[in-house]
Each structure stands twice: as structure tokens, then as C-alpha cells.
Ligand binder design. Structure first.
Ligand code: CDP
Ligand code: ZN
Length: 157
């Protein structure tokens, strides 16, 4: 039995020194704003696997008004979500993700990010794919006011 899930996330950008994408910190002159570490990619992946398994969503499991989640490492949230998905009898078939960012370029960091996501989920790196897309200079992404990410995940019982 197969299921698919879709995850989407957006964070506002502000002046900063680094940004975390897929659990990897990248030196950058903009930072993402959020209650946790604002890792837009890990949040999209968390929602994709939870959605596939019909187990809720990230804000439901880890409320942003809960002080325990303030500044929290999103790797922990994804790890916890993936453990719930596994406990419900599912395993991940594959993930495919898009990061919508004018900058930084994702490509030079892609392998490190894939490796990190695979490690968090306890799956082979071959099951995790990722790419970046600019906003072509227009809209909140293109104007570097926001960063977004999407993930589609397939799971199998
Ligand atoms: O050429 P096209 O309009 O399809 O895409 P783009 O947004 O201009 O991005 C061109 C290429 O740059 C992408 O296919 C990615 O390989 C890379 N890219 C990236 O690595 N990181 C980003 N944040 C944006 C784009
Ligand atoms: Zn988020």
C-alpha cells in the first residue's frame, strides 16, 4: 500500500549572517525568521511525511506557542515525526523537494543537505532529492523577503 504527502512552508527573511536549510547552516546575509530555527526545508518535509501517513501537521504536533519549541532544532521535529510515521507501520519510499530562494544557491550544498536529511530519517541518500529555484527577481522570493520550500513524499506500508 502506497501513500503520497505534500508539504509546503514559507519563512520571512531578515538581515542576518546565516541561514539553515535542510539542517545545514549556510553563511548568508539574510536569515529566516521563525519560532523554531526556521528551517523551511525540514518543515516542508515534516509536513509531507505526516500528511502521507495522515498523522497531523507540524503546527499540531509542535505548537509554536509552546515554549519547548522555541528556537528548537528542526532536525528533532523531523526525527520525531518520522518515528511516529514508522511506528504507524510506514517506511519512506522517496522524497523530492524544491527550495524557492533567490539566494543562496542550493546546488553547491545539495549533497550535504541530502546526506543530513537521509541521516535524520534513517534512510539511504538515494531516496532523497532536492533542488533550488529562484523567484526570477519578482515576488517575495525574488525580492528576498521570503524563502519557501515544498516536498512530496511517498511512503509504503
Ligand atoms: O532556469 P530556470 O528559470 O528554470 O531556474 P532558476 O530559478 O533560474 O535556477 C536555475 C538553476 O540554478 C536551478 O535549476 C538550480 O540548479 C540552481 N539554483 C540553485 O541551486 N539554488 C537556488 N536557490 C536557485 C537556483
Ligand atoms: Zn517553517
Amino acid at each position: 500500500m502506497y501513500r503520497i504527502g505534500l508539504g509546503h512552508d514559507t519563512h520571512r527573511l531578515t538581515v542576518g549572517t546565516a541561514i539553515v536549510i535542510g539542517g545545514i547552516w549556510i553563511e548568508h546575509n539574510r536569515s529566516a525568521v521563525g519560532h523554531s530555527d526556521a528551517d523551511v526545508l525540514l518543515h516542508a518535509i515534516t509536513d509531507a511525511i505526516l500528511g502521507a501517513a495522515a498523522l497531523g501537521d507540524i503546527g499540531e504536533l509542535f505548537p509554536d506557542n509552546d515554549l519547548a519549541n522555541k528556537g528548537r532544532d528542526s532536525s528533532e521535529l523531523l526525527r520525531e515525526a518520522s518515528e511516529q510515521v514508522k511506528r504507524a507501520g510506514w517506511h519512506i519510499v522517496n522524497l523530492d523537494c524544491v527550495v524557492f530562494a533567490e539566494r543562496p544557491k542550493i546546488l553547491p550544498h545539495r549533497e550535504k543537505i541530502r546526506e543530513k536529511i537521509a541521516e535524520i530519517l534513517g534512510v539511504n541518500i538515494e531516496l532523497v532529492w532536492l533542488k533550488g529555484k529562484t523567484g526570477e527577481g519578482v515576488g517575495p522570493v525574488g525580492q528576498e523577503q521570503a524563502i519557501s520550500a515544498e516536498c512530496i513524499a511517498m511512503i509504503e506500508r
